[in-house]
Design a binder for this molecule. Structure first.
Ligand code: PGA
Length: 245
């Protein structure tokens, strides 16, 4: 079987304005004009920026950074899967460690979010990863097993993206060593071997400097990129888009 197309997902978190998102989209579009990307590009802006980050030519797709666990109704501040789909999203990030840790999202909530995404054919980018404490205590494997167990009720035939993001590597400037990411990839691939179409990403302090070695040595199918996705320069370098002429 041929290797899946690599995926480079930009997680903008709570950054940028509509004007900044439009400028990014213009600049990325210009870059791609001269040098189409071999990988798949996905941008996950915050909700009010979705329109501004869109590519009218669909050379990249959009992702929501989060989705409600309910279908609709009296849930002030929530955004439903149907709304994301209607706003043009193809993907949705579910279970990012910031959602798990800061907003207390449990495995049960994440299971329901996955269901909501599937109902409207949004593709989940499901995040897993151990904390520094888990790692020191030798719990990395059991944590990943538990987090992956939430995918148990998700239909095995549906395409799925799982992002391995060790919490200690997110936003710290200290990416996992390629061997560590490779071991996590192997574990996740075996835990998910019952599924048909899974792409595995690495995330956590990915930069233009460490991306080539991480990609080659870890065997991952791409990256979920936070800080380094905020500038076209570094995002394009990571995704392997040729420099502007
Ligand atoms: P980072 O974030 O690349 O800034 O470490 C990654 C993420 O949180 O998805």
């Amino acid at each position: 079987m041929s290797a899946p197309r690599r995926l480079f997902a930009a997680n903008w978190k709570m950054h940028k304005t509509r004007e900044a998102a439009r400028a990014f989209a213009r600049e990325l579009g210009d870059r791609l004009e001269g040098a189409p990307c071999a990988g798949e590009l996905v941008i996950a802006p915050s909700f009010p920026l979705l329109d501004a980050a869109r590519d009218p030519r669909e050379r990249w797709s959009l992702a929501g950074q989060n989705v409600a666990s309910e279908r609709g109704g009296a849930y002030t501040g929530e955004v439903s899967a149907a709304m994301l789909q209607d706003a043009g999203c193809r993907y949705v990030i579910i279970g990012h460690s910031e959602r798990r840790q800061i907003f207390g999202e449990t495995e049960d909530v994440l299971r329901r979010k996955l269901e909501r995404a599937r109902e409207v054919r949004l593709l989940p980018i499901y995040c897993v990863g151990e904390t520094a404490e888990d790692r020191t205590a030798g719990r990395t494997e059991s944590v990943l097993e538990r987090q992956v167990a939430s995918l148990g009720e998700d239909s095995p035939g549906e395409p799925l993206v799982v992002a391995y993001e060790p919490v200690w590597a997110i936003g710290t400037g200290i990416a996992a060593q390629p061997e560590h990411a490779a071991a996590a990839r192997e574990l996740l691939a075996s835990l998910l071997s019952w599924r048909r179409q899974v792409r595995l990403l690495y995330g956590g302090s990915v930069s233009p400097d460490n991306a080539p070695a991480l990609l080659e040595a870890s065997g991952m199918d791409g990256f979920l990129i936070g800080g380094a996705s905020l500038s076209v320069e570094s995002y394009a370098a990571i995704a392997g888009i040729a420099p502007a002429a």
